[in-house]
Design a protein. Sequence first.
Length: 616
Amino acid sequence: MTDQLSTEHRYEAICEASPDVIVLVDDDGRITYVNSRVRDVLGYEPGDLLGERVEVLVPERDRETHVRQRTAFLEDPVRRPMGADVDLEARCADGSTKPVDVSLSPLPDSDAAVMAAVRDVSARETLRTKYRTILEAVPDAVVIADAESGEIVESNAQAAAFLGYEDGELVGEPQTVVHPSGEEARYRELFERHVDRHQEIFTQFPDGSPLYVETKAGERIPVDINARVFELDGRTLIAGVFRDVSARTRRAHQLRELHEATRGLVDAADRETVADRIVEAANSILGYTSAVARFLEGDRFEPVAATEQARAEMGPRPVYPADGGNPVSRAHDAGTPLQFEDVRRFDDAYDRGDARSAMYLPVGEYGVLSVVDTDVDAFDRSDLELASILASNAESALDRLASEWALERRNERLDAFAGFVTHDLRNPLNVAQGWLDCLDEAGRTEAAERVRESLDRMDDIVDDTLAFARHGQTVTEPTPLDVPAVARDCWGVVSTADARLEVTEPFRIRGDRRRVRRVFENLFRNAVEHAGEDVTVTVGPLSDGFFVADDGPGIPESDRDAVFEPGQTSTTGGTGLGLPIVDEIADAHGWTVAVTAASRGGARFQFSGVDVLRSE
């Protein structure tokens, strides 16, 4: 008897030391023992519960169910948690309830049939409630899965809506159900990598391919995934936050398409083709079905091209005055886009049909691209940016056409001048040369020789003037040139007496061979004429060009700017066009030529802005 009491006392001491409420219940469901923790946790006095049915600790709404569960347990008394995967509550002395976990253990060979350990999980439930609140507050889709099994244990309403499921329908499914069918192994590997790294933002697979989710209906949507591993209720979980990046992906695609469209604009042969291609790009790439391109013609903006829908739904588009208060002229004058949530609020008496939203984008000085939509506030910042890129590309294409047109007009004028020199001046000289024969026959040899010298001088001037005109035409098709080889060829055709040519090192440039040869010939001839017949001329490369230098007396700094002016010469019989021709050829290539002092005291002609071809 004494041993039994001693055992009971030890057992009771153990129960009293437990942090949980310990309740012993007999076969009739009556409480035979409860430890003092019941006072702290549920507010009961231990003695008041003795002899009461255990259902006194169960909320009234659950008591009937609890009796059936208690009976079932006593028929098969195995140690297990009560109500596994069910949220349990205990009734407090004041009638309130409290979330609890309950573990049941059978007690064979005892007056009590079962021991229940009741644990207060209020703090945990508070945390879970906070966690659920945050989960639902996140604007993105969130799916939480068990890190070990990959089973989805929770998802927010945003995930259900995003993926096309009913709220809660994803719970219990494998995590890979949200990813494309047939790629489960690939996404599972990615999932396991997240677990190993505990947190990581993924925007693509390691091989660069994009990430997708697959909706219940089978639609694939590009996403970024932010994965975070955390512990809850003794389980390791992984939360995947899925952000829809369809808009970003679509914008990237549109930018690529705009880049391709720009190539088409570069190839456009005239303004009308540019207009056609920008409205076509607005429609096919950016999805703007109603777009009109207007170009400034005199004092008004003429519609040059329009999308098919703009023509069909709105008819002929109006001509806008350049100095009017209309959106087109305002955007053009400001040089910045104008955007209207509802263009009907802009009262300027023009009929725009059903158009509501509108964007007006200046195309440089040339005109304006108009884009409209029948919905109010249809265009966002991204639309404005993409349309502005298209307008800017069109401006560049029109700049190129204007430059080509100006170049063509310049070349035509130079050709006309060259024709004048060739025919209108050369023909009288030929006639004069013929009359020299008459002077020779008449014995006027001395007079004939003087006339011949003057005519030769005029012939040289004609040749140089013709070269000056023709070499000024812009170089459009430069080719690779071996500079040392070109320089040596030119040295061989110039009267150089005892002069020497040195080339510092091999190098190549891109240029027009015939005109580059004229540069070297003129500079070599200039060096021999001004620095003496024993001059040494050096040719060498620069970082962005090349130089031609001599070791003669050089050119005074005060005279260097004048050497490229036509007619400037310090030698008898010179035309004064040799160096101006060099300057014109440099300009035709897009180069700059300047005169400096050479290292050995002579003149140094430096060419910059040259396309120097580097050795590979």
